[in-house]
Design a protein around this ligand. Structure first.
Ligand code: SF4
Ligand code: SF4
Length: 103
């Protein structure tokens, strides 16, 4: 049985939780992060050799980020997602996957 939730008026619905972000398609634009009210995602850097590393949120010019060649959004706490779907609606690259969770 899928996990269900309720709206303010008591209507039951099936939340669609974020289950994956396609690192090959993500451009690290941050739109999903901005609309999410939960600590599900964070921005990371990808180095020339493909390693995923932390980036400084205060420094967008990459001066202190070594050999970071691009940035991507990653999931850090999938269990914190409430399945609102906002991140999916704003993603310009359609790189997120959402699904119901089984109880
Ligand atoms: S579905 Fe909602 S709560 Fe879950 S990651 Fe996306 S914006 Fe955040
Ligand atoms: S909105 Fe899409 S492309 Fe932009 S950072 Fe999020 S997952 Fe990546």
């Amino acid at each position: 049985m899928p996990i269900t939730a309720f709206t303010r008026d008591g209507t039951e619905y099936v939340p669609l939780f974020l289950t994956a972000i396609d690192a090959a398609k993500c451009i690290g634009c941050g739109r999903c992060y901005k609309v999410c009210g939960r600590p599900v995602m964070t921005l990371r850097g990808v180095t020339e050799d493909g390693a995923i590393v932390e980036v400084s949120e205060d420094d967008d010019d990459d001066d202190d980020d070594g050999d970071i060649v691009r940035k991507i959004m990653v999931m850090v706490d999938a269990g914190a997602c409430v399945g609102c779907g906002a991140c999916n609606r704003v993603c310009p690259k359609d790189c997120q996957t959402h699904a119901a969770a089984e109880a």
